[in-house]
Design a protein around this ligand. Structure first.
Ligand SMILES: Cc1cc2nc3c(=O)[nH]c(=O)nc-3n(C[C@H](O)[C@H](O)[C@H](O)COP(=O)(O)O)c2cc1C
Length: 186
């Protein structure tokens, strides 16, 4: 096994979807860098099929929290929420595949890695009520919310409830490379 720590980007190694956020605000500069990282992502035929609703106001954050699933209550501590939306008829139509979803995924990963680079943590989610979010935030009908990413400064996981803490301390689990990489042919 090569020394992966040595050759992988440190942001990739250290990125994790943590659940303990401090209430320290995210600076304007850091918000700008995260958005820039998303904006610079590659996309199919450069369609850039993403829109970001950036929420930092306490009032709007609290309204948006109403849409969260019970299991995502931890996200209420994050001082920055970026709702990522796309049009199902956006993106490029190659192979009849929903490439707008790939565009969004690439933009989100860029944002997550940029967040790590500036000492922040980002956590993408799918656990929320889409219609409620769209109504609360005025997202146009023809858009779909793909993910809501919570960002903030990491805090001590000891502050979490027992159920959330157990998830927080669970080791990173991934399929082995031998299961997913097919060399020369499947
Ligand atoms: C599209 C997507 C949706 C996710 N939804 C949730 C969610 O609703 N709640 C949650 O706690 N984590 C959510 N996650 C985080 C995953 O559970 C996490 O990425 C996975 O367990 C791997 O852990 P890691 O990101 O720390 O490496 C989501 C991740 C992705 C990419």
């Amino acid at each position: 096994m090569p020394n992966m720590e040595k050759s992988l980007l440190p942001e990739i190694v250290h990125r994790r979807s943590g659940r303990a956020f401090s209430d320290t605000p995210v600076s304007d500069d850091d918000v700008r860098l995260i958005l820039e990282a998303g904006r610079l992502a590659p996309s199919c035929a450069n369609t850039q099929a993403w829109d970001f609703v950036v929420i930092r106001s306490r009032e709007v954050l609290e309204q948006a929290h109403e849409a969260l699933s019970r299991g995502n209550a931890w996200a209420k501590n994050a001082p920055l929420m970026i709702v990522v939306a796309t049009r199902e008829d956006g993106g490029c139509g190659a192979h009849g595949l929903p490439y707008h979803m790939m565009d969004v995924g690439l933009a989100v990963e860029n944002m997550l890695l940029q967040a790590v680079h500036v000492g922040l943590m980002g956590h993408p989610t799918a656990g929320w009520n889409e219609e409620r979010l769209k109504t609360t935030l005025g997202i146009p009908e023809e858009y779909r919310v793909v993910t809501v990413v919570f960002f903030g400064h990491p805090a001590d996981p000891a502050t979490l409830d027992e159920e959330t803490k157990a998830k927080e301390y669970a080791p990173k689990s991934r399929r082995d490379l031998s299961e997913i990489a097919h060399w020369d042919r499947w």
